[in-house]
Design a protein around this ligand. Structure first.
Ligand code: TRP
Length: 327
């Protein structure tokens, strides 16, 4: 008997070219699980509006991000990729779900609190408070079972589960209760040791060329107590060591020993690390270049993904309408 594949639904806001944090935090998981699961991936362009109403770059940023997804190994024939804004069912389900959760619950969302603090926001738009409700609609429209995301998104998955439970109890069992899944390197630090983020400007982009990667690695902060070669270092506080862990696991024991003894200097260590990152990203950059010179292919992939996603979304909404007697 053939068993139906479990469904993965995940997405990202279209912030343009992706960085290493996106790769290790989520994208790698998406690619690794493709095949065993049925993947759906959405470009969360409505969500992008919650913190920035300016839409002048939204299309180009969406395409740029899609190219990174493709270059990372998502296969368009297998895994539909689509923009949230092109499938109006997201907006409708968001509205229906918004009746099933209290504002008090949404105000307790720790990710929202973090954003208010980090972006120094003095007020929050209505849609931003409802961010997780829209995310619940994204996931449940495709009946997602598993949601591979960064750590900061887990509170949103919890809210999704609550909404699914409430809907099913109130009307009829339509939705699964999806699970969040985080990667081993969910929090790869940025070049300054803080969380890697475009708004902080501490990223290595998946599209960066060798020269840029070397230049960026030179600025990376290391153990502040290790001033020069010969000084003993503390690898566990060094972000270059964190990168070695991810991109150069074979040499990690040797690097640890030589850093701690003082034999290995930071400049050599950084150059070695840069080289490993360059090697890891080389195939990605090559594929990016291919897609950048085949824009029609990229646009067709999006149109096709949107058609396939739309068919699934329509079917789910038919079930929702029936369950709610809104036929
Ligand atoms: N909130 C996610 C982020 O900021 C993006 C997102 C939107 C998402 N809808 C989703 C992620 C559905 C997973 C599932 O990264």
């Amino acid at each position: 008997m053939s068993q139906k594949k479990k469904i993965i639904l995940s997405g990202m806001r279209p912030t343009g070219k992706l960085h290493l944090g996106h790769l290790t935090g989520a994208l790698e998981n998406w690619v690794a699980m493709q095949g065993e699961y049925q993947n759906y991936h959405l470009i969360a362009d409505y969500h992008a509006l919650t913190t920035n109403p300016d839409t002048s770059d939204i299309y180009n940023n969406s395409i740029d991000m899609l190219i990174d997804w493709l270059a990372a190994g998502l296969k368009p024939e297998q895994s539909p990729m689509f923009r949230q804004s092109q499938i109006k069912e997201h907006a409708e389900l968001h509205l229906l779900f918004s009746m099933l959760i209290t504002t008090a619950r949404l105000e307790r969302n720790p990710t929202l609190k973090e954003q208010i603090r980090d972006l120094e926001m003095d007020s929050v738009v209505y849609g931003h408070l409802g961010y997780p409700v829209l995310q619940a609609a994204d996931i449940l429209l495709y009946k997602g079972d598993v949601v591979p995301v960064g750590e900061d998104q887990l509170p949103h998955i919890e809210i999704t589960r609550e909404i699914a439970r409430r809907f099913n109890a109130q009307y009829a069992t339509v939705f699964p209760e999806p699970e969040g899944k985080i990667t081993k390197f969910a929090r790869l630090p940025g070049l300054d040791g803080k969380r890697m983020s475009k708004s902080i400007g501490n990223t290595i982009l998946l599209s960066d060329d060798s020269e840029t990667i070397i230049k960026k690695l030179k600025t990376a902060v290391t153990d502040p107590k290790k001033m020069r070669k010969g000084d003993p270092g503390h690898p566990d506080v060094c972000l270059v060591f964190a990168y070695h862990n991810k991109f150069n696991p074979i040499e990690v024991p040797e690097i640890r020993a030589n850093c701690e003894s003082g034999k290995l200097g930071c400049v050599d260590c950084k150059m070695n690390c840069a080289k490993k990152i360059i090697d890891t990203l080389a195939p990605h950059r090559e594929k990016r270049t291919y897609y950048e010179s085949h824009m029609d292919t990229v646009k067709n992939i999006l149109t096709d993904g949107e058609q396939r996603a739309k068919a699934v979304a329509k079917q789910t909404m038919a079930e929702v309408h029936e369950a709610m007697k809104l036929g």
